[in-house]
Design a protein around this ligand. Structure first.
Ligand SMILES: CC(C)(COP(=O)(O)OP(=O)(O)OC[C@H]1O[C@@H](n2cnc3c(N)ncnc32)[C@H](O)[C@@H]1OP(=O)(O)O)[C@@H](O)C(=O)NCCC(=O)NCCS
Length: 254
C-alpha cells in the first residue's frame, strides 16, 4: 500500500513514461480483477497508439514524488469502426471523425476520494475537446462497480447501453454498462430522447386537461338532462363515462 502524505497532497499530472512500467503493472494488478498482457503495459509506457496520464503526489516525503498514484489510459478509435456507431449515425458522420475510448483508470487506495480520478478524466475530455475530429469519450464499466459508475455520472457521462455477460472473470460472466460523454457540440441521443419525453409529457398534460374539461361539460349536461327529463340521459352519460375510463386507462399505460 502506498502511504499518503499527511494533509492535503499536491497532485500533479503527466504522461506515463517507460520508468513507470513496474509500478503501472503493480497498480493494475492491485485495482483490477482482469489481468492485462505485458504487451499492453509496453504499449502504454512507449505511447504506442495509447494516450495516458499519470497522477503523482509531489508532496511525498519518501522521495517517491514522481511515482504513480493514479493513471488513465485511452485509445483513439475511428468513429466508423466503433461499437457505438449506431448511436452516432443520427447525424451526418464524417469519415475522419473519431472517439476516445478509455481503456483503464485507477487510483491507489490511499489516494481515493480526493478527486484524482475526476482530474484524470478531465484531462482526457480536455484532450478530446482539442481534437477537432473527436466527438465523444466512451468506456465500459462492470455493472457492480458503483464508485466508478457514480464517478462517470458525476462527470456527465451517459449510460447508453447494458451489455449482458460482457466481462468474463474467473470463468464467470458479468454485465457491463457503456458510458459515453459527447463533446465538441455533439448532442447525445439520450438528450434527444429526453426532449421527446418532455414533449410527450406536455402533450399528455394537455390531453388530460382537455378530457377533464369535456368531462365537466358532460357532467353539467347530464345533470341538466336528469333534472329536465326522467330518461334516457343518465344511461347515455354512464355509457360515455365507461368509454372515457377505458380510454384514460389505455393512455396511462403508454
Ligand atoms: C473508481 C475510482 C477510479 C475513483 O477514483 P477516485 O480518485 O477516488 O475518484 P474521485 O475522488 O475523483 O471521485 C469522484 C466521484 O466518484 C464517485 N465515487 C468515488 N468513490 C466512490 C465510492 N466509494 N462510492 C460512491 N461513489 C464514489 C463520487 O461521485 C465522487 O464524487 P464526490 O466526491 O463528489 O462524491 C477508484 O475508486 C478506483 O481506482 N477503483 C478501482 C479501479 C476501478 O474501478 N476503475 C474504474 C474501472 S471502469
Amino acid at each position: 500500500m502506498v502511504p499518503r502524505t499527511f494533509g492535503c497532497p499536491t497532485i500533479a499530472f503527466r504522461p506515463i513514461q517507460p520508468s513507470d512500467l513496474e509500478i503501472l503493472e503493480r497498480i493494475h494488478g492491485d485495482v483490477f480483477p482482469i489481468r492485462y498482457e505485458p504487451e499492453f503495459f509496453q504499449n502504454v509506457v512507449h505511447r504506442r497508439d495509447i494516450l495516458s496520464w499519470a497522477a503523482v503526489d509531489q508532496s511525498r516525503s519518501d522521495g517517491k514524488c514522481n511515482e504513480l498514484i493514479g493513471f488513465v489510459t485511452a485509445r483513439v478509435v475511428p468513429a466508423r469502426e466503433s461499437e457505438i456507431l449506431d448511436l452516432l449515425s443520427y447525424g451526418s458522420l464524417r469519415t475522419d471523425q473519431s472517439l476516445i475510448y478509455i481503456l483503464t483508470l485507477g487510483v491507489v487506495e490511499s489516494y481515493r476520494n480526493l478527486g484524482v480520478a475526476s482530474s484524470l478524466i478531465r484531462h482526457v475530455i480536455k484532450y478530446a475537446s482539442t481534437m477537432p475530429t473527436c466527438i465523444a469519450v466512451y468506456l465500459h464499466v462492470i455493472s457492480y462497480n458503483i464508485p466508478a459508475i457514480c464517478l462517470y455520472e458525476k462527470m456527465s457521462f451517459k449510460c447508453v447501453r447494458k451489455l449482458p455477460g460482457f466481462y468474463l472473470i474467473n470463468g464467470q460472466h458479468y454485465d457491463s454498462y457503456l458510458f459515453v460523454h459527447f463533446i465538441n457540440g455533439i448532442r447525445s441521443p439520450c438528450s434527444l430522447l429526453e426532449l421527446v419525453k418532455a414533449v410527450a409529457s406536455h402533450v399528455r398534460s394537455a390531453f388530460n386537461l382537455l378530457i377533464s374539461v369535456l368531462w365537466n361539460n358532460d357532467e353539467e349536461v347530464a345533470r341538466w338532462s336528469r333534472w329536465k327529463e326522467s330518461s334516457p340521459g343518465p344511461a347515455r352519460f354512464n355509457q360515455n363515462k365507461k368509454i372515457r375510463t377505458a380510454e384514460a386507462t389505455a393512455y396511462e399505460r403508454v
